[in-house]
Design a protein around this ligand. Structure first.
Ligand SMILES: Nc1ncnc2c1ncn2[C@@H]1O[C@H](COP(=O)(O)OP(=O)(O)OP(=O)(O)O)[C@@H](O)[C@H]1O
Length: 258
């Protein structure tokens, strides 16, 4: 379980990224965080793996306050929390397999991984992860030779290989076209349900949020201004969260056939 207890974050330039956040995220939930640019979505999810450090309150993961963590505990935390980024964050010149097996880095240690001395079972796990996102045929390809959607699937496979309890996805489809966006979200949802991995995704498209979330958290100016099951959410909810009328650009568009 993830618990934010009165969490605030003030950046060094004085910007308040988070203001008195009080939320609880249960194991296995698929939460979508929505809000306009600058609302604090990235800051919220990056707190959970301490890519940014809140300046007030307590952030508990499985009853431990991660704000007290030193470097050894942080390393352990980051093996449990996988991250997906908008720009995929793959090592471009490396093969798909090398990228995916690097998900074991936190478990294997840097020295062994430098010499590609991953145990056989890690290699098998990496291959299975690629199969799960339907891209095992690209195993030996250089990752920068893949399309954006394929690269994001490789990033999902890398996270799966890490065997995390939590996946954080920071605008995972912001660089993708509508059909590919739906495909990537479908894989994220699938692994969330199959492996019961708590998944927290930042999105700014309202149709995607409605289609894939179990629960929606709305943010504005560093505060949580909405929190509820997706079944309670409609366009008016988003207008409340955004503080303005919904526009065409707030939607990614329908899931076309591929
Ligand atoms: N490193 C930083 N230093 C100072 N201010 C920051 C930093 N990172 C973010 N901010 C500010 O904190 C606020 C929240 O930013 P954040 O990136 O969390 O929002 P967001 O909702 O994820 O927006 P976007 O969708 O544009 O990424 C914004 O006002 C932003 O300018």
């Amino acid at each position: 379980m993830i618990e934010f207890k009165d969490v605030s974050l003030v950046y060094s330039n004085g910007t308040q990224g988070l203001k008195n956040i009080n939320i609880q995220i249960n194991p296995g939930e698929f939460v979508v965080v929505v809000g306009l640019s600058g609302a604090g979505k990235s800051t919220l999810i990056r707190s959970i793996n301490r890519l940014v450090k809140p300046t007030g309150g307590e952030l508990l993961i499985d009853n431990e306050n991660i704000l007290n963590y030193g470097s050894r505990n942080l390393r352990k935390l980051r093996t449990k929390v996988g991250m997906i980024f908008q720009n995929y964050n793959l090592v471009k010149r490396s093969s798909v397999m090398k990228n995916v097996i690097s998900g074991r880095l936190g478990h294997t240690g840097t020295l062994r991984s430098m010499f590609n001395l991953y145990p056989k079972e890690d290699q098998a796990l990496a291959y299975r992860s690629l199969q799960r996102v339907n891209i095992a045929d690209k195993l030996y390809q250089r990752s920068d030779q893949l399309s954006g959607g394929q690269q994001q699937r490789v990033a999902i496979a890398r996270v799966l290989t890490q065997q995390p309890n939590i996946i954080l996805a920071d605008e995972p489809v912001a660089s993708l076209d509508p059909p590919t966006s739906h495909q990537v979200m479908t894989y994220l949802k699938k692994v969330n349900k199959e492996d019961n991995i708590t998944t927290i995704v930042n999105l700014h498209f309202i149709d995607m949020a409605m289609e894939y979330a179990d629960r929606i958290i709305g943010m504005r100016a560093g505060e949580v201004v909405y929190d509820g099951p997706v079944s309670d959410v409609n366009e008016a909810t988003f207008e409340e969260i955004y503080g303005r009328k919904i526009r065409d650009e707030d939607r990614v568009g329908g899931s076309d056939d591929e």
